[in-house]
Design a protein around this ligand. Structure first.
Ligand code: ATP
Length: 234
């Protein structure tokens, strides 16, 4: 469904992605693990159309999207929930979610998705009239994911959704990822929490300083001695 071939990204003199290739099949959860600065966020940002200095092929359902704008990419069905808390602090939870659906017009389908999102995130449902900026860090992160889902994407890209969350919430995030996938959405997940990410993933890639060094099923990478040593604490 998504095919990346020989993708390079430069930031000035920094060669952040050095010709990576990866596939995200329809209906799957694919994860990208790697240390800080390996290029995980850059990969998602390149797919989302946010980076100018890139080279290579990004094909989505058979069409090259590497030259498209971020808005066109959302319209094509790919949405990214960025790392950190990029929500609208002065808008309520409900308004933040409505904004996620701005490119859609089918009111009935939007309402249905809103119900589903509130089912996935009961905490957000309870706080629907509260301003985004008054939510806890973890809740804001969940709001960012929920807002991404409101665009009814075919592919949702999650950048470190478990970052900085308490252990209980981390568990919740990974169970939500499964539920999103059960609903038919394809997921491309970037995570530092390598074990949980590999557990949930059908396919996984290890990124090291801009190069993919290993790939396989989530299970096979959990069993791989090199992955255990470098990312799973031996
Ligand atoms: P992290 O989890 O720390 O965000 P990452 O694997 O997502 O790590 P990237 O954020 O993609 O890595 O960064 C890859 C490399 O590109 C790093 O060396 C980083 O310093 C550099 N880089 C990222 N964004 C920029 C930027 N806007 N300007 C200059 N260099 C950048």
């Amino acid at each position: 469904m998504l095919e990346i071939r020989d993708l390079h990204v430069h930031y000035g003199g920094i060669h952040a992605l050095k010709g990576i290739s990866l596939d995200v099949p329809k209906g799957s959860v694919v994860t990208l693990i790697g240390a800080n600065g390996a290029g995980k966020s850059s990969t998602l940002r390149a797919i989302a159309g946010l980076l100018k200095n890139k080279r290579g092929h990004i094909s989505w359902k058979g069409t090259d999207i590497s030259g498209k704008t971020p808005v066109d990419i959302v319209k094509a069905g790919i949405v990214m929930s960025p790392e950190g808390r990029r929500i609208f602090a002065h808008l309520t939870v409900l308004e933040n979610l409505q904004l996620g659906a701005y490119s859609r017009s089918d009111k009935a389908a939007i309402a249905k998705d809103m119900d589903w999102v509130f089912e996935l995130f009961p905490r957000l449902s309870e706080r629907r009239n509260q301003k985004g900026g008054t939510l806890s860090g973890g809740e804001q992160q969940m709001l960012a994911v929920a807002r991404a889902l409101m665009s009814a994407p075919e592919l949702v890209m999650l950048d470190e959704p478990s970052l900085g969350l308490a252990p209980l919430l981390v568990k919740e995030v990974f169970s939500i990822i499964r539920m999103i996938n059960d609903r038919g959405m394809t997921v491309l997940l970037v995570e530092q929490n390598a074990y949980a990410a590999l557990k949930v993933a059908h396919q996984a890639y290890v990124l090291e300083t801009g190069t993919i060094t290993l790939s396989g099923t989530g299970e096979s990478l959990i069993a791989d001695a090199r992955v255990r040593e470098a990312y799973l604490g031996g």
